[in-house]
Design a protein around this ligand. Structure first.
Ligand code: FES
Ligand SMILES: [Fe+2]
Length: 414
């Protein structure tokens, strides 16, 4: 049998990688339950005993902040007979009581007690706690979990993607991002890797998003054209980005990345200048926020984040929310409005992408030939930038190739 790693070549990948259920199960073991996966943000549980329902791969987890302020990731499954413990999306409580037989667990996962306790004489309560994600770590407030008890640290996993998170936080006058606008969920009948690839595919926007670019009179489309000085970059470790800064610097106007100008956001601009000084603030506001896909599931798309959740070989949910910056109310209002227009229920942008996710899935499952998807665009002009990263032109598939290189190394690991 051909293994998943043999299906990845330097310039192409086999279509079965997107459709085979056995490969999907292997990916859960070798990627989703092993590497670090983004789960949530500290601002979603600001106070002791806050909790919020999250996902890690196909599984539901409760992200809790205990009374000591520590963040825990608990599996949403009663230790008695497996009942789904919590149905609330978020709230504040120090314990969770199962509705089936009343077992109660603390927000750190320990069994606190059960009704009619004399029926459990001799039972070891310490062995009857909730399952938990063994490793939890955070970077700049972004909380990640790993089902592997041992392995590389989060810092090592993030590698060069840390710089993108730093850049994102720096666009906030307080240096902090908040995830407080609420999530929408978009379900797609598509393999999760089609979504990951598409997030930093600089080849499609001019075609797939032509309608939003024309009605919004947006110049974004040109950033992904043959004349653009923007670059596609493989940050290593599966992380990729479309770096639009060269274009924004060439144009040289603060807030152009956000489709607006400094005059329309006076409060934000004043706070940025107070926080960073005139020169640095202006540079940050010209550069804008990153467009980066942090493998395997966190996509920072300038003004919003997307969290990818795989459910089956042909089914994925994308959780989306507007980014909010602490102490930037005028910017935040606009971030929410633009997010609604682009990725909301009637938004123009994600609907276009979703159509392509599903059509590619139907293509690779509905027709058997040609078996390989070709990802060789820009291979002949790939180069190293001054930091040693592989880069290509704005529309090149250097990003997809980087994702697959990393995918292959994870799938080949023992
Ligand atoms: S299944 Fe939860 S208490 Fe019985
Ligand atoms: Fe797109």
């Amino acid at each position: 049998m051909v293994t998943a790693s043999e299906m990845v070549r330097a310039d192409s990948v086999h279509g079965a990688l997107y459709s085979d259920e056995a490969i999907f199960q292997a990916e859960l073991e070798k990627i989703w339950y092993r590497t670090w996966v983004y789960v949530g943000h500290v601002s979603e549980v600001p106070k002791p005993n806050d909790f919020v329902m999250k996902v890690l791969g196909p599984q539901q987890v409760l992200m809790t902040r205990d009374r000591n302020g520590e963040i825990n990731l608990l599996l949403n499954r009663c230790a008695h007979r497996g009942n789904q413990l919590c149905m609330e999306q978020k709230g504040n409580r120090s314990s969770f009581t199962c509705p089936y037989h009343g077992w109660t667990f603390s927000n750190t996962g320990q069994l606190r007690g059960f009704p009619f306790a004399n029926g459990y004489d001799g039972a070891d309560r310490s062995k009857l706690g909730l399952g938990h994600v063994p490793r939890v770590a955070q970077y700049r407030g972004f909380v990640f979990g790993s089902f592997a008890a041992e392995g590389p640290s989060l810092e090592v996993h993030l590698g060069a993607a840390r710089g993108a998170l730093d850049r994102l936080c720096e666009t906030s006058p307080s240096g902090e991002v908040e995830i407080t606008a609420g999530f929408l969920q978009h379900r797609a009948k598509s393999n999760w890797k089609f979504l990951v690839e598409n997030e930093t595919d600089g080849y499609h926007p001019q075609f797939v998003h032509a309608s939003i670019f024309s009605v919004a009179k947006s110049g974004i489309g040109e950033l992904y054209g043959p004349q653009s000085t923007a670059v596609a970059r493989d940050l290593g470790d599966g992380h990729t980005e479309n770096d639009l800064r060269p274009e924004f610097r060439r144009i040289g106007k603060p807030m152009n990345w956000f489709g607006t100008n400094a005059e329309r956001l006076p409060e934000y601009v004043a706070r940025m200048k107070a926080a960073y000084g005139e020169e640095k603030a202006t540079q940050i506001m010209i550069d804008g926020t990153p467009h980066v896909m942090i493998f395997p599931n966190l996509f920072i798309a300038e003004i919003q984040i997307f969290v990818i959740q795989p459910l089956a070989a042909n089914e994925t949910v994308q959780h989306v929310t507007a980014l909010q910056f602490k102490d930037a109310p005028d910017l935040n209002r606009r971030l929410r409005q633009q997010t609604m227009g682009s990725v909301g229920p009637a938004g123009f942008l994600l609907a276009d992408d979703a159509e392509m996710y599903e059509r590619t899935q139907r293509g690779v499952t509905g027709a058997s030939k040609p078996e390989w998807n070709y990802l060789g665009r820009g291979l002949h002009r790939e180069r190293r930038d001054e930091d040693g990263f592989l880069v290509g032109d704005a529309t090149d598939e250097v990003t997809s190739r980087g994702i697959w290189r990393h995918y292959r190394s994870l799938m080949e690991a023992g």
